[in-house]
Every structure is written in C-alpha cells, then in structure tokens.
Design a protein around this ligand. Structure first.
Ligand SMILES: CC(C)(COP(=O)(O)OP(=O)(O)OC[C@H]1O[C@@H](n2cnc3c(N)ncnc32)[C@H](O)[C@@H]1OP(=O)(O)O)[C@@H](O)C(=O)NCCC(=O)NCCS
Length: 196
C-alpha cells in the first residue's frame, strides 16, 4: 500500500457519497454499530457533519455528553472506518463507552484498520494530556477485544452495564507508554494525516 492511500480525516461534506456508502454497508449487514446514523446521513448530511464538528468543540452537546472528536478513515476516496475520541469520561462512560469507539465496514475487516484507528486515538488522547485511555467492549465482542489487546489494553473489570444491556469489559491503555506512539499504517506507511 502506498503511503498516501490511507487518511484519517475529520467529517466533511465532500465525503458525502463515500460516507453514505459506508453506513449503508453496515446497515445491509444488519450491524447495529452505526444503524442509528442511517436516517441522519440519508437526510440532511450537512447538518450531520455540522453536528459532529460541533461536538468536537463542545458546541450543542446533549445534556450529559462530553466533547468528542470524530474521524473517518479513508482509502482511495472510500470510507473504510470511523472512530471517535471522547475528551473526558463521565460516570456513564466509565461504565460503558470509554474514551474511544471505532467501526470498520464489513468488507474491510481484518486488515488492521481498527488497530490503526485505536492507536491514532491513543496518540491524540495523549496530545490532549490524557495519560490512560479507557476502551470498553461487550464481553462477546471478540474482534474488538483483539483490537484492544493489540494496542496494549489491560483488562480492568467486567460487569453488567444496565445502559448497554449486556456485560461490558473495561480496559485501560497507557497513553504515555509505547502504545501512545504515533499510529503507523497497517501496511507500514500512511501516518495520521490530520496532523493533530
Ligand atoms: C471490531 C472491529 C472494529 C475490528 O476491526 P478490524 O479492522 O477488523 O480489526 P483489526 O484488523 O485491526 O484486528 C486486530 C485484531 O483483532 C482480532 N480480531 C479482529 N477481528 C476479529 C474477529 N472477527 N474474530 C477474532 N479476532 C478478531 C485479531 O486478533 C486481529 O488481529 P489479526 O488480524 O492480526 O489476527 C470490527 O469488527 C467492527 O467494526 N465491528 C463492529 C463495530 C464494533 O464492534 N466496534 C467496537 C466497539 S466500539
């Protein structure tokens, strides 16, 4: 893979078709991860992008929400993944949600993209002064647990989350240690292009 082929970018209207295609693939696969976005992206896409960008700077946050930055992983104009970094934790996020969330479209899984995104989010968290990153996943989510494991996650606890309606595993990742290094491409190049 060429270095320029993989980009981590903030939500933008210019990726409207590509992002709708991304969400449609989750939807077609019956994957609940981004199903809630389907109506929104098929409706007013500009408002959707504005909402995400506002949330990154703490504007128009629903009550109880913390600022959160969203990034899309793009390869050759195709959105292959999406991830988010919450800038701080609430009691609710400590139980379920954590600092980071990520999803990779079904046809692009097992290529290292989620690992790349989680590493990039750890680096961004460190840049914001966060020393430990909390990542959670459902106890049955073997794929997400594998990603967290690859990024140096240490299991802290496992218990039922009423908000999620399932058992949640909570992992801490040391953001200032070796896992807080800048993200590398799953194929050896392509640094995080956002420059943040
Ligand atoms: C979880 C998810 C993001 C993983 O994305 P991915 O890009 O396929 O993950 P990676 O390629 O970085 O995988 C890293 C490691 O995790 C493990 N892993 C990933 N998918 C796996 C699977 N289906 N079964 C078992 N292990 C898996 C493997 O150890 C893998 O390393 P390997 O390929 O070298 O063996 C993806 O499956 C997804 O989008 N799922 C739905 C959304 C979700 O659950 N998000 C996480 C909660 S916020």
């Amino acid at each position: 893979m060429e270095e320029c082929e993989l980009q981590l970018t903030e939500p933008t209207e210019s990726l409207r078709e590509a992002y709708i295609d991304f969400v449609d693939e989750f939807h077609a696969a019956g994957d609940p991860h981004v199903a809630g976005e389907w109506d929104e992206v098929h409706g007013d896409f500009s408002a959707f992008v504005r909402r995400l960008r506002n949330h990154a700077i703490g504007v128009d946050l629903p009550e109880g929400w913390v600022p959160a930055s969203t990034y899309w992983l793009v390869r050759e104009g195709r959105v292959v993944g999406a991830c988010g970094l919450r800038h701080s934790l609430t009691e609710s996020l400590r139980d379920f949600g954590g600092h980071v969330c990520y999803g990779v479209r079904p046809s692009e899984r097992r290529k290292g993209y989620a690992t790349f995104m989680l590493r990039a989010m750890i680096a961004k968290a460190r840049a914001m002064g966060t020393e430990r990153v909390l990542v959670t996943c459902g106890a049955g989510n073997v794929a997400s647990a594998g990603v967290i494991d690859k990024c140096g996650g240490l299991l802290d606890s496992e218990s039922y989350s009423p908000a999620a309606g399932r058992v949640t595993r909570r992992y801490w990742i040391d953001a200032v240690g070796s896992h807080g290094r800048p993200a590398e491409s799953p194929h050896g190049g392509a640094p995080d292009k956002t420059g943040k």
